[in-house]
Design a protein around this ligand. Structure first.
Ligand SMILES: C[S@@+](CC[C@H](N)C(=O)[O-])C[C@H]1O[C@@H](n2cnc3c(N)ncnc32)[C@H](O)[C@@H]1O
Length: 252
C-alpha cells in the first residue's frame, strides 16, 4: 500500500492494512487534532468491509470518504444541499462514489426503518441538535450489535471557550458537550465508552495561528499531546476541560 504524504500512521508504525492509518487530509480541518481521535475510534469500529453505515451531518464528505475507502458503504446526510454537492464531488475525486450515497435529511428525524445500519458516525454535528433526540433516532436505526460513534466539541476548554466567545458569534446557539451531556447520549444505548482529547495540546496552536513557526508547532504539539495523555490518565477530573470527546455507543 502506498503511503500518501497526508497519511499518518498509528503510533508511527508503517501502515500494514487499510484500516490502520488515517488520511489526515480527509479530516478537513484541525486535522492534527482529529488524527488521534480517529486512531482511537477506527479500531473500536472493527472491520468496516461490507458494513453499512450512516454519517450524520456529512458536510463535505471527508469522513464518509475515509470510511468508504475502508470498504464500508455509507449514506451521508446533511441539511445543506450545497454541502452535499461538495461531498459528492469529494467521493468522486477519491473513487468511492459507488460506495457512498447522500440524502438531504435531519439527523433528529431519520427517514430510515428501524435496525438499518451496522454503524453510525458523526463529527461536530450533535452540537447543532437536541442530543437525546438525535441519540434516540440513532439507536432506532442502528442494528442490534451496532455502534454509534459521535465525535463532539466540548464546552469547558478555557482557550477554546474564549476563542468561541471572541470569534464565533453563532457558538452561543450550539450545544457543546459537558461530561453530563456525554452521559445523556450514552444513556440512550446499552453501553457507552468515551474518551476526551486535547487539554494543553491546544496551546501548540500559538505557533501556528499567532506566530507561525512550523517546527515549534510540531514539536510543542507532540510534547503537549504526550503531557495530556499522562495528565488525563492520572487526573481524570480534567477530562471535562478537554476540547474534543469521542463517544462510542453500543446497541445490544
Ligand atoms: C461543523 S459541520 C461538520 C461537517 C462534517 N461532519 C465534518 O466534520 O467535516 C456540521 C454539519 O452538520 C450539518 N447539520 C447541522 N445540523 C444538522 C441536522 N440537524 N441534521 C443533519 N445535518 C446537520 C451542517 O449542515 C454541517 O454540514
Amino acid at each position: 500500500m502506498l503511503k500518501s504524504k497526508n497519511m499518518l500512521t498509528l503510533k508511527g508504525q508503517r501502515p500494514t492494512s487499510r484500516s490502520d492509518s488515517v488520511e489526515s487530509d480527509l479530516l478537513l480541518w484541525w486535522e492534527d487534532f482529529y488524527v488521534p481521535v480517529f486512531e482511537y475510534i477506527l479500531p473500536k469500529m472493527g472491520i468496516l468491509e461490507g458494513k453499512k453505515g450512516l454519517e450524520l451531518g456529512t458536510g463535505t464528505g471527508g469522513t464518509a470518504t475515509l470510511l468508504a475507502k475502508r470498504g464500508a458503504s455509507v449514506i451521508g446526510i446533511d441539511l445543506l444541499p450545497f454541502r452535499l454537492a461538495e461531498a459528492k464531488a469529494r467521493v468522486s475525486e477519491h473513487n468511492v462514489a459507488e460506495s457512498v450515497n447522500f440524502a438531504l435529511m435531519d439527523a433528529m428525524h431519520l427517514a430510515f426503518p428501524d435496525n438499518t445500519f451496522d454503524f453510525i458516525i458523526s463529527k461536530s454535528v450533535l452540537v447543532f441538535t437536541e442530543h437525546a433526540q438525535t441519540a434516540k433516532e440513532c439507536y432506532r436505526v442502528l442494528k442490534p450489535g451496532g455502534k454509534a460513534v459521535f465525535i463532539e466539541n466540548m464546552r469547558y476548554h478555557p482557550m477554546v471557550w474564549l476563542y468561541r466567545k471572541m470569534f464565533l458569534k453563532y457558538s452561543t446557539k450550539l450545544r457543546y458537550f459537558s461530561i453530563r451531556d456525554v452521559e445523556t447520549v450514552g444513556a440512550e444505548f446499552e453501553n457507552l465508552e468515551h474518551r476526551e482529547f486535547h487539554l494543553s495540546a491546544v496551546g501548540a496552536l500559538f505557533w501556528r495561528k499567532c506566530i507561525a513557526i512550523p517546527a515549534l508547532y510540531r514539536t510543542s504539539l507532540r510534547l503537549l499531546k504526550a503531557i495530556d495523555t499522562s495528565l488525563l490518565k492520572c487526573f481524570p477530573f480534567f477530562k471535562r476541560f478537554c476540547w474534543i470527546t469521542a463517544m462510542i455507543c453500543h446497541k445490544d
